[in-house]
Design a protein around this ligand. Structure first.
Ligand SMILES: Cc1ncc(COP(=O)(O)O)c(C=O)c1O
Length: 347
């Protein structure tokens, strides 16, 4: 029987070999706990270099949810609200973690085509706010998912416009970058251009979906937020005693631009898949720009493709999600396309 082809999630992928090797190499002797080790010091230097921001603060955490909720808790008071797209992971899929860790902040989902916020939508949200009215949560932070939950992108100039509008009303700016590497690789910009140079204060930097073993990080470009996060991460149980094994993963991830090479492989294989699916006559919710595609596929064809060994998520009637990872190969994609073609031709 033919092997199954993994297109469910980049979370289903394994660990990049150089990251596994780096963890093993760090497993020598003893090291000071709670981030007092040499690997954690080196990580800060590595992030400062990758983001061209010497005063950066970095907090390794075990999940993207923790990075988002803790990062936002440092930007939004308990009576505040976080503005985000109505499809945002922080709103839909994190079980209220931001509200809990911020002590009560409200998430306000805004509409916007293709899972992206637009300046008009933000302006409308501001116009609908009763500023200074203590009966209403006061907008305190804007959170952009980049790439978005449907795999669309904001360019650096688009982030800058939204961030400037937010800043104008006194809001801080957060980016959920669970797949930031995929965005940077696809846009061909620098990490700095897409983040702090565009006005971002706090970034959730994903790594696990793109080859790390067990860590993401909060990357802070704002000193006040960083000062709070020293305590907030500890209170939330996110200061690992053996932090060296998290830090070394992130260090190996960023070293020599490896994170962008891993993401480029995922993006490239998705582009190949999307082109092939287009040739089969299938349509997309929005044009896949990174490693995710939301594809309209009749349920009977989806069932046949799944039975033929293609693994993917069903998002609802007639809609599936396909995700590639750094482990996906051209051979996987051509094989998957053959199975989709067969699934579509069966009457
Ligand atoms: C856009 C986005 N943000 C955040 C997360 C949360 O990551 P985790 O599952 O590690 O908490 C995910 C996970 O799928 C995601 O897709």
């Amino acid at each position: 029987m033919a092997s199954r082809i993994e297109l469910r999630s980049d979370n289903a992928a394994g660990v990049a070999p150089e990251i596994m090797d780096a963890v093993a190499a760090a497993n020598t002797g003893s090291a000071l706990a709670y981030g007092g080790d040499g690997w954690s010091a080196r990580l800060r230097e590595r992030v400062a270099e990758a983001f061209e921001f010497p005063d950066v603060a970095v907090f390794p955490v075990v999940s993207g949810t923790a990075a988002n909720a803790l990062g936002l808790s440092a930007l939004c008071p308990p009576w505040g609200s976080v503005l985000c797209h109505e499809s945002a992971h922080i709103l839909r899929s994190e079980c209220g973690a931001t509200s809990m860790l911020s002590g009560g902040a409200v998430l306000r989902g805004l509409p916007g085509d293709g899972s992206r916020l637009h300046p008009d939508g933000l302006a409308a949200a501001f116009a609908a706010t009763n500023w200074g009215d203590n009966h209403q949560s006061q907008p305190a932070a804007l959170s952009l998912t980049l790439p978005t939950d449907l795999g669309a992108l904001y360019r650096p100039d688009e982030v800058a416009v939204l961030a400037a509008a937010a800043r104008h009303r006194g809001l801080a700016v957060h980016v959920d970058g669970a797949r930031l590497a995929n965005a940077v690789a696809a846009l061909g910009c620098t990490p700095a251009e897409l983040t702090w140079r565009a006005g971002v204060d706090v970034l959730s930097l994903g790594a696990t979906k793109n080859g790390a073993l067990s860590t993401d990080a909060i990357v802070c470009f704002d000193r006040t937020a960083a000062d709070q996060l020293v305590y907030r991460t500890k209170r939330a149980g996110h200061v690992a005693s053996k932090m060296r094994f998290q830090s070394v993963q992130l260090d190996a991830y960023l070293a020599g631009g490896r994170w962008l090479e891993l993401a480029a492989q995922a993006n490239r294989t998705m582009a190949r898949l999307a082109t092939g699916l287009g040739h089969l006559g299938l349509g997309f919710v929005c044009r896949p720009e990174v490693n995710m595609a939301f594809v309209y596929l009749a349920d009977d064809a989806a069932e046949r493709a799944a039975a033929a060994g293609v693994d993917f998520y069903r998002m609802g009637p007639g809609l599936i999600r396909l995700v590639t990872s750094f482990q996906t190969t051209d051979v996987d994609i051509d094989d998957a396309l053959g199975r989709f073609a067969a699934a579509l031709q069966v009457r």
